[in-house]
Design a protein around this ligand. Structure first.
Ligand code: 8X3
Length: 258
């Protein structure tokens, strides 16, 4: 895909799930990959894998998207051509628990809001001015079906993904005359570490989330992101909602008995 070869792609949350799949898929297409995530050891492991499997050019930055100082330090550490980010994949995101509002935990709310809303804003704020200056760039937001329909116990997570939808739409308007593309890719059920993070003390509950359906894989989402990123310069895919065939929207899922 000529649109992707030699492009510089920064991926947040790049060491697992959809982020790691994006790193592989874009490396396969010849992109230069900037991996951003919190854990240095995992970053080096993914970087080594990309170099070994795809002969990719890779640069890793330790970044905790929840902290603006960490985001700024990571972006400032990019030098030379690595600074010229063509594609930003705002992937880092998470959820904690499935409690009703009246029973929710403040710590879980803070973490979810800080990662999914403020994190996305911090990274976008640091990367977007360079894209505007170069009159070239593409920001891909990872939204969710949870940003379109709420479900029981999903209050804060859904609110953050509604916010991501709003941020994507508003950013698209803000850069309309700047030759920067903005896409939101909004998946439903994808089997990643997501449910283990959501239910850290209940692995059985986490495993049950995907029982009885064939969920999307991280690669399904990454290939869709690649498709969006590889359209001709004049084409912008605004929003892509994708679900497993057994899911119509957030809370309409047909599960086979297991
Ligand atoms: C998708 C997660 O819980 O809404 O972002 O299916 S969930």
């Amino acid at each position: 895909m000529s649109e992707i070869k030699n492009k510089t792609v920064l991926i947040t949350g790049a060491t697992s799930g959809i982020g790691k799949s994006c790193a592989k898929v874009f490396a396969r297409e010849g992109a230069k990959i900037v991996l951003a995530a919190r854990r240095e050891k995992l970053l080096s492991e993914v970087a080594e894998e990309l170099k070994r499997e795809y002969n990719a050019q890779v640069f890793s930055v330790v970044m905790d998207v929840k902290k603006h100082s960490s985001v700024k330090k990571a972006i400032d550490s990019l030098s030379g051509e690595w600074r010229n980010i063509d594609i930003l994949i705002n992937n880092a995101g998470m959820a904690r628990g499935l409690e009703k509002v009246q029973e929710g935990t403040i710590e879980g709310w803070d973490e979810t809001i800080d990662t999914n809303i403020k994190g996305v804003l911090y990274v976008t704020r640091e990367v977007l001015p360079g894209m505007i200056e170069r009159q070239n760039g593409h920001i891909i937001f990872l939204g969710s079906t949870a940003g379109h329909d709420v479900y029981p116990g999903g209050s804060v997570y859904c609110a953050t993904k509604f916010a991501v939808k709003a941020l994507a739409q508003a950013t698209r308007i803000d850069v309309l005359d700047k030759y920067v593309k903005v896409t939101s890719v909004d998946p439903g059920m994808v089997e990643t570490n997501f449910s283990n993070v959501r239910f850290p003390d209940d692995p059985e509950r986490a495993a049950n989330v995907y029982k009885g359906i064939t969920p999307l894989t991280p690669d399904d989402v990454a290939e869709t992101i690649l498709f969006a990123a590889s359209r001709p310069r004049h084409v912008n895919l605004n929003q892509i909602i994708m679900t497993p065939i057994a899911q119509a929207q957030s809370n309409f899922i047909i599960k086979k008995p297991v």
